[in-house]
Design a protein around this ligand. Structure first.
Ligand SMILES: Cc1cc2nc3c(=O)[nH]c(=O)nc-3n(C[C@H](O)[C@H](O)[C@H](O)COP(=O)(O)OP(=O)(O)OC[C@H]3O[C@@H](n4cnc5c(N)ncnc54)[C@H](O)[C@@H]3O)c2cc1C
Length: 259
């Protein structure tokens, strides 16, 4: 367990805050931290940047609401980096990142790394409305192009991310060599199926309820794989072979719920 001081807190949207710590971490995009709020609980959070170490948190419940109360100077304890991150192959010229909600945060870290390795990076960011979009400005700085979609059409193309993903996968001039997705599971299922159809390699960052973060307790089991240790980033073909993917999730008690 390490402890660092909060250096900066910024509002990304009405629900999401970005918390920068006064430390850096050697880690890969797609890996996560187990962030601990004493007396409340520990939750996995994707790494949104390694230097300074940064997370982006949606305020949805017990731990995340406490994280939203942190101020510059507050202390935050965490374990990590944990899990397996995104894998980028030598020789890929162009990649496409597809994000929804706070799932865009780890993709920003990936975009930064890919661009610094001279890989052209495109991004599609989806949200319900214009005020729910996160990381748009940051992505403009580190991608060749970023496209926005909103369900209500208040910004960018109207509809979900698939509007732009479908178009970009058949773009003759810069067809992506691989696609990376993080966000709502139904969105990732659609992206994975379309990539399969077009025979484009795809990786997904999956989310399941986690306790130990080390592959020991079994809380995040997904078809015999530990999402925390074998993932959270999975090859889309492996995810599509798991019956529960896109269908079921377990809650804190272990009960299965439809996604
Ligand atoms: C690998 C991994 C990476 C993650 N990265 C991030 C991240 O970068 N940023 C982030 O904000 N969260 C992230 N999460 C989700 C996070 O770990 C927690 O699940 C989330 O913060 C809720 O915890 P809580 O204690 O606030 O809510 P709880 O008190 O546990 O739950 C409160 C209510 O919120 C619902 N809920 C729980 N999780 C979510 C959710 N993710 N979205 C909507 N409703 C939810 C529950 O069903 C419950 O009804 C990640 C999860 C995983 C597995």
């Amino acid at each position: 367990m390490q402890t660092a001081r909060v250096a900066k807190v910024a509002n990304e949207s009405s629900k999401v805050k970005t918390i920068e710590l006064d430390t850096r971490l050697v880690c890969e995009p797609g890996q996560f931290l187990m962030v601990w709020v004493p007396g409340v609980g520990e939750r996995p959070m994707s790494i949104a940047n390694n230097d300074p170490l940064t997370i982006s948190v949606a305020n949805v419940g017990k731990v995340s609401s406490e994280l939203h109360r942190l101020k510059p100077g507050s202390l935050l304890s965490f374990r990590g980096p944990l899990g397996k991150g995104f894998r980028v192959q030598d020789g890929w010229k162009c990649i496409l990142l597809v994000g929804g909600g706070y799932g865009v945060a780890p993709l920003y870290f990936l975009a930064k790394m890919a661009t610094s390795n001279n890989i052209e990076t495109l991004a599609v960011v989806g949200a319900r409305t214009a005020k729910d979009i996160v990381y748009e400005d940051k992505l403009y700085l580190v991608t060749a192009e970023t496209f926005v979609t909103t369900d209500d059409g208040s910004k960018g193309a109207k509809g979900n991310v698939m509007v732009d993903v479908g178009r970009l996968l058949i773009d003759k001039k810069r067809k992506p060599a691989a696609v990376f997705a993080c966000g709502p599971e139904r969105m990732m299922l659609a992206v994975a199926r379309l990539c399969l159809k077009h025979e484009i390699p795809c990786q997904l960052s999956l989310e399941r309820y986690m306790k130990c973060g080390l592959g020991v307790c079994g809380s995040c089991d997904l078809g015999g794989k530990s999402v925390c240790r074998d993932g959270p980033v999975f090859d889309a073909l492996d995810a599509l072979a798991i019956k529960e993917f896109g269908e079921w999730k377990r809650d804190a008690s272990g009960a299965r719920n439809r996604i």
